[in-house]
Design a protein around this ligand. Sequence first.
Ligand SMILES: Nc1ncnc2c1ncn2[C@@H]1O[C@H](COP(=O)(O)OP(=O)(O)OP(=O)(O)O)[C@@H](O)[C@H]1O
Ligand SMILES: [Mg+2]
Length: 315
Amino acid sequence: MSFMQINDLHVHYPIRGGFFNTIIDRVHAVDGINMEIEKGKTYGLVGESGCGKSTTGKSIIGLEKITSGSIIYEGKDVTNKQRNKSSSYNRDIQMIFQDVHSSLNPRKRVRDIIAEPIRNFLNLTPEEENRRINELLAIVGMSEDAKLKYPHEFSGGQKQRIGIARAIACDPKLIICDEPVSALDLSVQAQVLNFLKEIQQEYGLSYLFISHDLGVVKHMCDHISIMYKGRFVESGTRNDIYTNPQHIYTKRLLSSIPDINPIGREDRKVQRMQVESDYMTNHKIYYDETGKVFDLMKLSDSHYVAMNANTKGGS
Ligand SMILES: Nc1ncnc2c1ncn2[C@@H]1O[C@H](COP(=O)(O)OP(=O)(O)OP(=O)(O)O)[C@@H](O)[C@H]1O
Ligand SMILES: [Mg+2]
């Protein structure tokens, strides 16, 4: 049973211009997506730069205004709710931000950055708070002397860990992880990803996992949605997406994964060429006349793909 439903979410940014700085157009950053989030599951959001992944995450957490659609959390409508200290939604839903450099206040010490949600949502004594901060730093593999330092004294990877410590400080139910490891080197990536999996098992956490990296997504996610121009082109279990991709965009994305295994390399090269030729001849039937992605059609209980009757016949 899902605890959160995201229904027909739209986020449009106004573009201003002209002499009176009026709204002359809108960027349809998120343009009608639906999701259901279940306890203990990881949902991947994949797609090229600018397709609307971060905007989706930020609008769920309340940092971007939702133009239309709704977010229902534990039966309550939380769409465009003001973020405030007393709301359980703001405690339960946390985010690890893509841009680590601007998501940590440069004027605050690490202790105060991590303590922010603790002070907002938990009623701890100073000693308890200090113990909790030490615990969180240990969880993310940092030493206690980090507490008195400022963000600029840390590397990108270390800052990301501070962001993770802050996100998990108050036992959230859902963490939106926006490219949580893309700034980290490979060994630290594996450490952070395994750590995210461990705490998921321990606390039944759910993740919305945003990433460019299809290898990381395959490792982390139970369910994956592929996004293009603010809409989902395909959505399904890891198996649906990696073994039975249906949309040309998904096929191209998968065939672009760098090939490091020499066994079967020739076969994969042939497959890649087939996908490219399918794209060259058929890509128009995967989108409507304005280039917009079609609505999702159900292929199975878990697998959905954006196509119309025309695409089905042609692919
Ligand atoms: N504050 C804003 N004002 C106007 N347009 C915006 C704003 N933020 C994002 N956009 C536009 O919305 C679209 C989606 O941006 P978003 O940051 O969600 O993409 P993304 O999928 O996270 O990309 P990336 O993989 O590069 O992080 C882009 O076209 C972007 O230019
Ligand atoms: Mg982004």
